[in-house]
Design a protein around this ligand. Sequence first.
Ligand code: ZN
Ligand code: ZN
Length: 339
Amino acid sequence: MTSPFDQPPRFDSKQFREAQEILPGLFLSGALISESREQMKALGITHIIQVTDIPTPRFPGEFIYKVIPVPDMDETNLIKHFPDTFTFIHDALESGRKVLVHCQAGASRSVTIVCAYLMKEKKMSAAEALKHVQALRQVAEPNDGFLTQLLLYGAIEYDVNVNRTAYRRFLIASNAAQREMLGYIEDMTLAADPFNAPARVAATGVPGSTTAAMTARIQQGPLKCKKCRRALVARDSVVTHTPGQGQASFEYRKRDATLHISEAVQSDISKITPKAATVCQSYFIEPVEWIQELHGLEGKISCPKCDSKLGTFNWSGEQCSCGTWVTPAFMMHKGKVDG
Ligand SMILES: [Zn+2]
Ligand SMILES: [Zn+2]
């Protein structure tokens, strides 16, 4: 005889209150355990990563803390902390110590940090890492923004570096979202000026990591001002889109059914039949160091050498002549530059 009341509870409150050992010596929990010196000592914890809104370690001096004070929001940049949290966990475990990673509920922020560690240390995909954690802790459920960052972390091979195109565009997309929400950008990410740093990409690339496609783009040379020939944008910073295909964005998105990442909302523009000549009349680029007045919502893009007008920018996006919306939009007319 079964009734609905015999079903096992979806939410295991005991598991929620406890810490789970994800790998030997690596524990994950919510805030409750972190309030108990005795419980942590009983587990043998020596190191703690605390990812909470308020940066207040409970027992400083008794445990070694790494505090990351961030809110549990889609927009929070957690990926920039992955290199540090990896080293902190790795060094502690290597020396035979035990680490607790906790946030408030032990569901989103701390899970993301632990998944990132599993991905790099065990060469797991984001989905594999999350599955591994969820098998031990049911409530593990990073927010959509964090899931995207885990996928991005795998795509950039754990190399959280602004020279990685996918990471740089993630940061630029975050800048555009911040501009939208707050009306200003705190920490703007810009593509390097190829005029000042012609060898930048080649010089900073990790040996062996430069892909053939990347090499080809570098060899193709930068876009130049048609009038004065000044180098304007490296090939790597030219943003491509499929003509007439609804919306394009800088944001890193990779559809992965197992992670339930919400798909990009397509605008109605994608349903409009493209006109006969769906020719893109502009190059879309990343914001580059030499562009002036970038803190405004929109503005002009003029050549830094001869001042000839090249195009316009708009952090909220702009429509290409082919019908596609690109957000944010930094567009230069093809007639003004040599590609
Ligand atoms: Zn276009
Ligand atoms: Zn010029």
